[in-house]
Each structure stands twice: as C-alpha cells, then as structure tokens.
Design a protein around this ligand. Structure first.
Ligand code: MLT
Length: 310
C-alpha cells in the first residue's frame, strides 16, 4: 500500500505508517500539476488545509481508497466525489482543539494589548507606548459564534479572566450552554450588540461562510475586537475592512485568510490587524496527536477496518 503525504505532518505519524508496512512518500512542496501527475500511484493521501481534494484530483487517482485530513473539518475535501468512488475520508476532530483554542486566546491578548506593535517599536529601539493603550479583559464580554469543541474550550478559559461569556450556536443544546456557564443568544445580531470581543469557532459550510458580514457589523458594539482562528471567510474580509474603516471594529486577530497560502488580503496591510499563517494547530503536541491519529485511521481504512472519524 502506498500513501502520499502532501503537506507536512509530524514525523511520528510518518513512522507509524511505515512501521505498519505502508510505503510512504512525503512530498510537501508539489505543485498542483505535479500532484495530479503522481496521485495515480497512491492508495492513500494525507493532507492538511492547502491541498484541494476535488473532482479534478479524484479523476487522476484511480487507486485512491482513503483521504486523511490531518486536522479538524473536511472543508478542502469534496465529499460527494469521494463517496461516489467509495473513498473513505477521515479526519482528526479532537487532536488539535486545545492548540486552536490557545492560539485564539493568544490573539485576544496580542490584539487587546497591542503586543506585536509594541514589540516592533522596541526592536526598532523606540521606547514608546503612545497610541497603543490596551484594553483590559476583566468585566468585558466575549461573544463566541460556535460553542463546539474549540468554542467551549475558549469559553471556559476566558471565564478565568473575569469575562462575561455569551454565545450563538443554534445547533448546541441548552444543557451544553449551561454546562459551560455560557449565556445563550438566540440571535447573532443580539450577540454582536453586546460583545467587546467576537471570536468565531464554526466549521466552514455554506451556512457559516460569511456569517459575520456587513449586516452583523452594523449591529455590533462600537470598538469591537474580532478574532478568526476558524476558517477564512466565516468573517467576511471586505465587511471586516469596511467595519474597521467605520471604526466599528477597533482591532482584529486573524489566523485564516482568503486565498491562503497565497493570501493577498488588504487585511495584511492594516496596523491594527494581527495575522498568523493558519498556525492554530501548529504546536508540537497537536501535530504529534494529529499525525499519529491520522496515520492510524489511514492504516485502518486501507485494511478495510472500521475507522473512527470516517
Ligand atoms: C485544522 O483543520 O484542524 C487545521 O486547520 C489543520 C492544519 O493546521 O492544517
């Protein structure tokens, strides 16, 4: 059995596959054309966020039996094409949630205290805090859109900073809101009007793409901080830029950008936007977890065994 790994995963994952007798090629820098040329040789493919696994790829992959997504969600994988060909798609929904929640919190602190801007000034040997006064979190309200695995980790952690936690998630039971001590908001606009910090933690679906857009920013409390460590476009980039121009949004922390990894968003040019390159899951711990989990799932799928997270 041959597996292609088209984006970097932890060495522990690669070792697990080889120990189980799978022949593995790690080719993290293939162009799309090169990927399409070689994919026909493989029974399995492991990807992260950058490889688009779509009809075009499936048509070049007659041997493909399993696609492993080393991460949460499957938004870069066309499920219909996989299903009709009997290709199993697996992912690792639990393995990196703590890291994603922790980067979210990192961006909250970085934005609210202007840490990168202050750092940059001092590295230029300028000892000057002028114009970069921060905002304390205690007593403020954080609005969470999506109270799933990552959203609930953010909620419990931000509580310890004395924040009020409100959330919007029509798919989550009242019992779960209660369990995390989070006040439920039935309407997104209501949440927007109340929160000082907004953070989104939904998967990217037709329903959630652009869920925070022009209308929602119109309803927002002035001076809002916006954090997106979920997926590009859940917060509409144009609407965010507009809301910043109108001073509705004061600052933003963004880990995911339209067009990534070749993002050209004007958000990259704004001083009050702190950006990271889709690094939410990029910790040693999360990558070890993800790598080992996806490897085990791919092995099971290749053996025709029942696979969790399929
Ligand atoms: C995830 O979906 O969990 C991450 O986006 C995976 C990644 O870092 O590539």
């Amino acid at each position: 059995m041959k597996v292609l790994i088209s984006e970097q995963i932890a060495q522990k994952g690669v070792e697990k596959l080889t120990q189980e007798g799978v022949s593995v090629d790690v080719k993290a820098n293939l162009s799309r054309q090169e990927l399409l040329q070689v994919i026909g040789e493989y029974d399995g493919l492991i990807v992260r966020s950058n490889t688009k696994v779509n009809e075009e790829l499936y048509q070049h992959a007659p041997r493909l039996k399993v696609v492993g997504r080393a991460g949460n969600g499957v938004d870069n994988i066309e499920m219909e094409g996989a299903t009709k060909r009997g290709i199993v798609v697996v992912n690792t929904p639990e393995s990196n949630v703590v890291s994603a929640a922790e980067l979210t919190i990192g961006l909250i602190f970085a934005t609210c205290r202007n840490i990168p801007q202050l750092h940059n000034r001092l590295k230029e040997r300028v000892w000057d805090r002028a114009g970069l006064k921060g905002m304390e979190l205690q007593g403020k309200t954080i609005g969470i859109v999506g109270l799933g695995r990552i959203g609930s980790l953010v909620a419990t952690r931000m509580k310890s900073f004395g924040m009020n936690i409100i959330a919007y998630d029509p798919y989550i039971s009242d019992a779960r809101f209660k369990k995390y001590g989070v006040e439920k908001k039935e309407k997104l606009e209501e949440l927007m009007a109340l929160c000082d910090i907004l953070t989104v933690h939904t998967p990217k679906t037709e329903e959630t793409y652009g869920i925070i857009g022009k209308e929602q920013f119109k309803a927002a409390k002035k001076g809002l901080t916006v954090i997106n460590c979920a997926r590009a476009g859940i917060v509409n980039e144009e609407a965010l830029i507009e809301a910043m121009k109108e001073k509705i949004v004061k600052r933003a922390g963004i880990d995911v950008l339209e067009g990534e990894p070749h993002a050209t968003s004007p958000l990259l040019d704004l001083d009050n936007v702190i950006v990271t390159p889709h690094a939410g899951a990029d910790t040693v711990e999360a990558q070890d977890n993800v790598g080992i989990t996806v490897a085990q799932e791919v092995i099971s799928a290749l053996r025709g065994e029942i696979v969790p997270n399929a």
